[in-house]
Every structure is written in C-alpha cells, then in structure tokens.
Design a protein around this ligand. Structure first.
Ligand code: TYM
Length: 351
C-alpha cells in the first residue's frame, strides 16, 4: 500500500529551497496518497539547540506545513519525539546498518567538518533515525530535495538487509508483502522506499553563489529567501542576487556553465509551476534587469500568502500544539502496529 512520509528539521530559517524542493510537493501529494509530515526534532538535536528556540522552531515548521495547505485532518502532522517508536526502531537500525555505510554519508562529512572526533554520535547515526522515520510507517514514497537522495538509498539498504536477514522469520509469521527486487520477487517486511525528488527545483542554489546549495546555515542572509521574509526583503534579495552580465539565452542547454542564471530560471519555473524551457521561451534575450523584477513579483505573489498564514498560525501556539498532539496520537497507532511485528520478527519477546 502506498504511503508518503517526509520531514523537515526545526532549525530556523525555513527557506525557498525547503519550500520548492519539499513542502510544495507535500501539498501536491496529499490528493493522491495518505501522508505523514513530521517535524524531525530529534534530528535537530544532533547539533546543540537552545530549548526555548527549539520549541518555537518546531511550531514554526508545523505552521509552515499548515500555511502551505496540508490538511491535518486528512493527513498526519506531528513532531517526531512524541512518537517513541522512532527512537526504538532507530536503535534497531543502528544494529542493522554497517559503520561503512554511514561513513560514506556526505551530509555527515559536511556537518561534522574537520573535527570528526567532536561530532555527536547522534550526528553520525542520523541516517539510521531517518530510515526509522520512514520505515516505521512502511512508507513507500518520500518527497525530498536532491540533497537527501543518499539517505533514501541508505534507507533502502537497511530495509533490504533487514528483509534478508530475517526472511525465514518474516515468512513464518506471515507478516511480509511481496515485492520486486531487481527481477526477483521477494517477501519482505519493509518496502524499498522511492524518493520523489522535487520537480523543477530539486536543488535550489544560494543567491550569492550558484555552486552552493541554498541552506539554513549559510551565514549570509542574502544567500536565501526565508519563508518569513516580507515583500521588500524578497525583492531586495533577488535584486542583489549574483548573476553574470549576459542576457538570458534562448535554450535551456545554453544555461550550462551559468549556475546563477540557471538557478534563477529554475526558481522561476518552480514558482510558476512550469518548466525551465517555458521560462526560457518567455525571457530569451532579456537582461537580468528585466528578468529579476519579474521573478521578484512572482516570488512575492507566491510566498506572501504563505508567510501571512504562517504568522496567523504562529499567533496561536496552543492550536498548533493541539494539532501536533492529535497527529502524534494517530501516528503512534500505526507505529505501534508495525513495531509489534518488528519485535516479533527479531525475537524481542513482547507477547
Ligand atoms: P532539511 O530539514 O535539511 O530540509 C527539508 C527538506 O528541504 C529540502 N531542501 C532543499 N530542496 C531543494 N533545494 C535546496 N537548497 C534545499 N535545501 C533543503 C531537503 O532535501 C528536505 O527534503 N534529513 C532531512 C530531514 C528528515 C527526513 C526524514 C526527510 C529526517 N527524517 C525522513 C524525509 C524523510 C533534512 O535534513 O531535511
């Protein structure tokens, strides 16, 4: 059965990359699949967090989900730490995943920086927890930006090893489902989850450097458009965005080697829900002095209503807490049903 799961870390500065690469897809998918959208607070604490700021950041992400249009009645919005089974399954996955697999994760290398010895164990084990988030609900599809692709591949590796290591037991208990692995049909407990990588905007780049991705942690505020920016700030950041001096070309291919131009065209395409080639058709031969104001208008038009809704939700934290509590209860039910099977499969006596 298809099911969608995804998550965003509550670490401040939610930006256009998060929206176009992830949240916008979340909203679209809710018409076709049952969805769980999580605020992954336990991932946030893999690096130090101020407790008061963390509480507010959790509510902020929930507010963004709601403001973007996710329906918390039809789907599940919750914060990860409320559902204890995430950490339980993460531990189990720590015992399935191999050190070598986690050692290859590029996000760990980037986040740990030079001094690996000083990184938390949690930061290293981060991908096991992410695999647990997804597989706890036996989710089949995960909408994410391009930077999370490696983590989804690891999630598949963990699922496959678990299915394989316990195949006899899964068959004996009759809790598996048939699935295709290559051209073989196997009986497994966990699905091999597919990433859904964000349309025309899988990787939004920094406005200051078209070779770096737009990120929450970039020290330059001008590098990203935050979902909380007001109209003037959005317009200013786009006006100041780095570009080359050539006009826009007349083919998408000719954007190659012009990372900043390519990025702005991708943002335009993603915001307006078209393709890059349509944008190029419209703006071929135009200077950035023409393209940038058009992009700024479009960005303000798309983002301002979400910002306004986020503010409205944020003014009533009690309401957000109630939504997260209700979502947490509904998520727990699915989680516990699956964990009973996992404990049985592994021989962790729970009858
Ligand atoms: P996080 O919080 O860093 O980012 C949230 C989502 O935004 C996407 N994203 C981008 N997309 C396009 N361009 C960008 N510049 C850009 N920057 C960020 C991310 O790919 C992500 O989809 N590990 C995850 C959180 C997580 C998760 C999960 C996701 C934890 N458990 C289970 C899916 C399923 C993360 O750090 O996302």
């Amino acid at each position: 059965e298809p099911r969608v799961f995804s998550g965003v870390q509550p670490t401040g500065n939610l930006h256009l990359g998060n929206y176009l690469g992830a949240i916008k897809q979340f909203v679209k998918l809710q018409d076709s699949f049952p969805c769980l959208y999580c605020v992954v607070d336990l991932h946030a604490i893999t690096v130090p967090q101020n407790p008061v700021e963390l509480e507010n950041a959790i509510r902020d992400i929930a507010a963004a989900y709601l403001a973007a249009g996710i329906d918390p009645k039809k789907h599940i919005i919750f914060n990860q730490s409320r559902v204890r089974q995430h950490t339980e399954l993460a531990w189990i996955f720590n015992c399935i995943a191999r050190m070598g697999w986690l050692n290859r994760m590029t996000q760990f290398k980037e986040k740990a920086g030079k001094d690996r010895e000083a990184a938390s164990v949690g930061l290293f084990a981060y991908p096991s927890l992410m695999a647990a988030d997804i597989l706890l609900y036996r989710a089949t599809h995960v909408p994410v930006g391009d930077d999370q692709k490696q983590h989804i591949e690891l999630t598949r590796d963990i699922a496959q090893k678990f299915n394989n290591d316990y195949s006899d037991r899964i068959a004996e208990l009759g809790v598996g489902v048939e699935m295709k692995v290559g051209d073989e049909t196997v009986n497994g407990f966990f699905p091999l989850t597919e990433p859904l990588i964000g349309g025309e905007a899988p990787r939004i780049m920094s406005l200051r450097d078209g070779t770096k991705k737009m990120s929450k942690s970039d020290p330059s505020d001008l590098s990203r458009i935050a979902l909380k920016d007001d109209a003037d700030t959005i317009a200013k950041k786009i006006r100041k965005a780095k570009t080359d001096t050539e006009p826009l070309p007349d083919t998408v291919e000719a954007l190659a080697g012009r990372p900043e131009a390519e990025n702005l065209v991708s943002i335009y395409a993603a915001l307006s829900g078209t393709t890059r080639s349509r944008v190029i058709e419209e703006f071929a031969g135009k200077q950035f002095s023409v393209f940038k104001p058009a992009l700024a208008d479009l960005a303000v038009e798309q983002i301002a209503p979400i910002t306004a809704e986020m503010r409205r939700y944020s003014s009533d934290p009690g309401h957000i807490d109630a939504i997260l509590r209700d979502g947490g209860e509904r998520a727990s039910e699915i989680a516990e049903k699956n964990m009973v099977h996992v404990r049985d499969i592994m021989g962790l006596l729970n009858r």
